[in-house]
Ligand binder design. Structure first.
Ligand SMILES: [Zn+2]
Length: 306
């Protein structure tokens, strides 16, 4: 979906309401009061009415747009920008592109869309062969804190993240040369680099029958509880680089991605990671990206995305 397509397909708010109404009926509207799934559409109220108890569900209720005063078309236009651009952009840039006066509602809208992306990706666990590594990435530090930090302790100004990538070793049948192909990624902010933190993440997000690939850091010295097969290679060597090929590529791209933003608070960092990771996981989606993100955004079961 590019901007020209969007304007042709959704010329006004009523075209957007019609589209969201259709998508919600496809997913199934469930009454909050009596759990009935049969609804009538109330045209002049932009709401579904329960056929059993009469309870009304507004078009935005139970979606990412709930409690937002922004028109549905603005939300859909924002999702179009996010789908159509490979590069990252700030909420201020999004505000300019949407031609809106106030920054704050745009900032909140963008973060809510990022939260949806994270929730969508959290449904899946990684499997087969998975690379796991940890890294430091940029975050905002105010001047007062900056002065307190000791020189040369760069890590204090950065967030710690764990990067996981499904990465399968393949052998070229002609040359016998080994290659690695990657599929899905997960990127999570972590509190510390302790072994128990890594173990909890691996247990939550990686299937136990996976072949896990890490470096020889003591963090990963005992993962026998979490994983059946564990391959460890010394970092910096050819073997070590091959072992963690895709997480290293992802970390390098993530650092470039985060450079777009002047300020990322530790509290919001996971949202930025979720957007980067969601786009990375859907790098071959092309035209389907917009529809998929819309469907995830109106999925009625992640209410708490504020
Ligand atoms: Zn009802």
């Amino acid at each position: 979906m590019n901007i020209i397509n969007f304007i042709n397909r959704f010329p006004d708010e009523s075209a957007c309401i019609e589209f969201i109404k259709y998508q919600r009926l496809e997913q199934g509207v469930i009454c909050k009061r009596c759990s009935c799934s049969k609804h009538y559409w109330l045209e002049n109220k932009n709401s579904f009415q329960c056929s059993s108890c009469g309870f009304r569900t507004s078009i935005k209720s139970g979606t990412v747009m709930e409690h937002s005063n922004l028109p549905i078309r603005v939300w859909m236009l924002a999702i179009t920008f996010i789908s159509a651009t490979k590069k990252s952009f700030s909420a201020a840039e999004l505000q300019r592109q949407l031609g809106l006066k106030r920054y704050e509602p745009v900032f909140r809208m963008y973060h809510k869309i990022r939260v949806v992306m994270g929730k969508r990706d959290d449904i899946y666990r990684l499997e087969d062969m998975v690379e796991y590594d940890e890294a430091f990435v940029g975050k905002a530090v105010n001047n007062k804190t900056k002065n307190k930090l000791k020189r040369g302790r760069g890590s204090q100004k950065q967030s710690k993240v764990a990067v996981m990538a499904e990465s399968t070793v393949l052998e070229d049948p002609d040359s016998g040369k080994l290659e690695k192909s990657c599929r899905y990624f997960k990127i999570k902010k972590i509190k510390n680099l302790e072994a128990k933190t890594a173990q909890a993440l691996i247990k939550e997000f990686i299937d136990k029958s996976t072949v896990l690939q890490t470096d020889k850091s003591t963090t990963f010295s005992d993962l026998s509880d979490c994983i059946d097969v564990h391959v460890r290679e010394t970092s910096g060597t050819d073997q070590g680089n091959f072992n963690l090929k895709w997480v290293h590529i992802a970390i390098s791209n993530l650092k470039k991605h985060l450079q777009t933003y002047h300020m990322i608070s530790e509290r919001m960092m996971q949202n930025y990671l979720d957007e980067f990771c969601y786009k990375l996981n859907r790098r071959y989606f092309g035209q389907r990206f917009f529809d998929r993100l819309i469907i995830a955004s109106i999925y009625p079961y992640w209410y708490d995305c504020g």
